[in-house]
Design a protein around this ligand. Structure first.
Ligand SMILES: *Cc1c(COP(=O)(O)O)cnc(C)c1O
Length: 395
């Protein structure tokens, strides 16, 4: 049987992406050390990994993973509500709840699964969801699945959120406010104290996605702890795949809310539990995060020095964007850095808004001072920051 129309359809879609310099391809990258990678025979220093603390290749997390695998096997065997909740989970969920100062925690298969599972439980048709316009794709997916009315507010604009609450909140039953703690493509932080105050005043529920905050800000405990007093956020989610170096996602909340989530989140109920080794590695990584203050401070320290050296606005996290503008120019800049032994992947629409294609640089505790110097030298030599600033003003 022929599938001509399917082939033609795929071909047409791909050509359209190509014309706009938006084609993506899956690179084969082997990480040989925390920040050294190999791709097509080239050895590169990576400034694109989210393994902010080098814990994905730490001897202690590897040992914890091997021990748990030896004891419990490579797979969970079922969803957590059937027989897949092996004993490694208990310790991990207790550690997460303790770090976030919450009563309880629920671990999911990934961060993406947390957002698409939890958001539709907390809001439905008669409800309102206010979401930061730059919040991650999986928060938007969760909001779309909820069938609540979804309204975006300007990025980090608490005053805009306040205006929407004034006019829209009274017409809806419940209201959920969604934002990231540290924004994944911009590296800046949300005004959490202001948003928490608004949520209290308008009887709304604040939910934060701290995928890039845990392990890096707030002495490693994440965005809600990066303020004079910890911010009261009743729904805190994040991932175990970035600074924690392993895989999986979590929600930290009250015991009652977590009980509801374990009962109702479809991506929890109908998806297989994580492998024991993955869970044990995350638990060991969290122990390192709460005890090794030098390690958790390092990524932000490197990002700060990078921004100072190049006259960029002060870093607020391990992520520093250099906005280039067009997708074509961003790819060209990435290629030029690669020629100098540096892996900095270009980020293009729809991951970022049109016209803001960028180099997204991530710093890790595994980078040496000389890695930083090499990057600063290359960015200067290529004039990337100057070009970026000019294009930014022109836009
Ligand atoms: C990576 C990321 C996620 C998804 O987490 P995974 O565990 O990789 O599925 C969610 N939110 C943000 C902001 C992220 O950057």
């Amino acid at each position: 049987m022929s599938n001509d129309s399917l082939e033609a359809f795929a071909e047409r879609k791909l050509r359209s992406l190509e014309r706009r310099h938006l084609t993506r391809s899956v690179l084969t990258i082997d990480r040989v050390e925390a920040n050294r990678v190999e791709n097509e025979g080239d050895a590169l220093i990576s400034f694109s990994c989210n393994d902010y603390l080098g814990l994905a290749r730490d001897p202690e997390t590897i040992a914890a993973s091997l021990a748990a695998t030896g004891k419990h096997g490579v797979g969970a065997g079922a969803s957590r509500l059937i027989t897949g909740s092996h004993s490694c989970y208990r310790e991990l969920e207790q550690s997460l709840a303790a770090i976030k100062a919450c009563e309880d925690a629920v671990v999911f298969g990934s961060g993406y699964l947390v957002n698409i599972g939890v958001i539709p439980i907390m809001a439905g048709q008669p409800d309102l969801i206010l979401i930061d316009e730059l919040a991650h794709s999986c928060m938007r997916s969760g909001a779309a699945l909820s069938r609540a009315r979804v309204v975006a507010f300007g990025h980090n604009d608490a005053a805009a959120a306040a205006r929407l609450l004034e006019t829209e909140r009274p017409r809806h039953r419940h209201c959920l406010i969604l934002t990231e703690g540290v924004f994944s493509m911009d590296g800046d932080r949300a005004p959490l104290p202001e948003l928490a105050r608004l949520a209290r005043r308008h009887d709304a529920w604040l939910m934060t996605d701290d995928a890039h905050g845990l392990g890096v800000v707030g002495a490693g405990r994440g965005s809600t702890f990066a303020h004079a007093v910890p911010v009261d956020v009743p729904l805190q989610m994040g991932t175990l795949s970035k600074a924690v170096g392993s895989y999986g996602g979590y929600l930290c909340a009250s015991r009652t809310v977590c009980d509801l989530v374990r009962n109702r989140a479809r991506s929890f109920v109908y998806s297989t539990g994580l492998p024991p080794g993955t869970v044990a590695a995350a638990t060991r990584a969290l122990e390192i995060i709460v005890t090794d203050a030098g390690r958790t401070a390092r990524p932000l320290k490197l990002a700060t020095r990078f921004c100072e050296a190049l006259g960029l606005p002060p870093a607020e996290s391990a992520i520093v964007p250099i906005v280039i503008g067009s997708s074509e120019d961003a790819i060209e800049a990435s290629r030029a850095l690669r020629d100098r032994g540096l892996l900095v992947v270009a980020i293009r629409p729809p991951t970022v808004p049109a016209g803001t294609a960028r180099l997204r640089i991530t710093f890790s505790a595994g980078h040496s001072d000389s890695d930083l110097d090499t990057l600063v030298g290359a960015v200067r030599e290529l004039g990337l920051v100057r070009t970026a600033a000019r294009d930014h003003h022109a836009a």
